[in-house]
Ligand binder design. Structure first.
Ligand code: NAP
Length: 327
């Protein structure tokens, strides 16, 4: 059986990826940070086939030990401080985990290596936030980076160091430049889930208002379950490379809000939504739209779930879990 090692197993993508790799017959090892990580309860319950392995992206020896112990064929580095707003407040931590963490993981891969005829293949979770103040639209693998947050800056370092290690040490290392992807497992701090969860709570009379930042911000939003397949496909190719993974469509926060409230049967969403400058970013990114042509042509990848279906899936999920809480 092929063996996969995933950092960020307690996050949205780690869970989707574990679910997908399980269907492909993998042995799956998930790196868990901390001595009693509260988010592991969900992983243990929903993904009993994932074997937890201790480790932290701030601690190189723990990464080396984890790879020595698990001897993976494929490493997926999804662990990061991933919330842009937090990165403005904890910029040094973000640089250390989201940026330098990639370097440490690559060093661990280089040290442990894997069998000579089957070297470890490495996937890095790069981000559309690297494009920030965009130089062209839509963005491709060749679009220059201009990050607009400490998170984006850390991701640029992570991306560049992957390219550098691939060229310097001949590692099979790929980066997926993923545009926003969401789903019911998205953290409540992210705007899509914040909206769908608030809509469910408002519908059930548990919450009175939803406070948001800039309603005009636009994003290229896809479904996380589709995006993890692109990660896997990258590591199945003959040559390592970098790919933009996106839908090629863009939608505003206002569209998201309108669709989410309508899904819950509420048409006058303006009654419940208030804008607060506190939630505006110090530096906003421009219009992010990805051009996924290369992923489509070389990986045969395309998104399956469209934006309205994604919003519907998330609202239905949040209505279910919020109703269960009051039963
Ligand atoms: P997420 O839900 O926020 O998960 C982040 C994961 O990183 C969590 O499992 C977290 O573990 C782990 N982590 C944090 N600090 C760590 C450390 N010091 N050592 C090891 N692990 C650590 O993020 P996601 O949405 O699944 O995204 C996965 C990756 O893709 C991230 O790198 C993200 O930046 C990138 N990305 C995401 C998107 C998107 O739209 N979702 C788009 C582009 C790129 P704890 O639970 O222990 O904190």
């Amino acid at each position: 059986m092929p063996r996969a090692f995933i950092t960020g197993i307690t996050g949205q993508d780690g869970q989707h990826l574990a679910e997908f790799l399980h269907t492909q017959g993998y042995d799956i090892y998930g790196m868990v940070k901390g001595q009693n990580n509260p988010r592991m309860t969900v992983v243990r319950e929903e993904f009993p086939y994932v074997e937890p392995v201790p480790g932290d992206l701030a601690d190189l020896p723990s990464l080396v030990k984890a790879l020595e112990q698990t001897q993976p064929d494929e490493v997926y580095n999804l662990g990061a401080i991933s919330f842009v707003a937090l990165s403005f407040n904890q910029a040094e931590l973000t640089a250390n985990i989201t940026g330098l963490g990639v370097l440490r993981m690559l060093e661990a891969v280089r040290m442990v290596g894997g069998a000579t005829n089957n070297p470890i293949r490495f996937y890095q979770a790069s981000s559309s936030e690297m494009f920030g103040k965009v130089r062209e639209t839509p963005q491709t693998e060749r679009t220059p980076f201009h990050p607009r947050s400490p998170y984006g800056c850390a991701k640029v370092f992570g991306h560049d160091i992957v390219v550098n290690y691939r060229e310097s040490y001949d590692l099979f290392a790929c980066s997926g430049i993923l545009f926003n992807h969401e789903g019911p497992r998205r953290g409540l701090e992210f705007v899509t889930r914040k909206v769908t969860n608030a809509v469910a709570r408002i519908k059930l009379g548990l919450q009175q208002e939803l406070v948001l930042g800039n309603l005009d911000s636009k994003r290229d939003w896809g479904y996380a379950g589709d995006y993890v397949k692109a990660m896997w496909l990258m590591l199945q190719q003959d040559q390592p490379d970098d790919y933009v993974v996106a839908t090629g469509e863009t939608h505003s926060i206002e569209e998201l809000v309108t669709l989410a409230f309508a899904e819950a049967g509420i048409d006058d969403w303006q009654r419940y939504v208030r804008q607060d400058p506190k939630f505006f970013r110090p530096a906003e990114v421009d219009l992010l739209i990805g051009d996924p042509s290369k992923a489509r042509e070389k990986l045969g990848w395309k998104p399956e779930v469209d934006f309205p279906s994604l919003v519907k899936m998330m609202v239905e999920h949040d209505l279910r879990i919020e109703s269960a809480k009051i039963r």
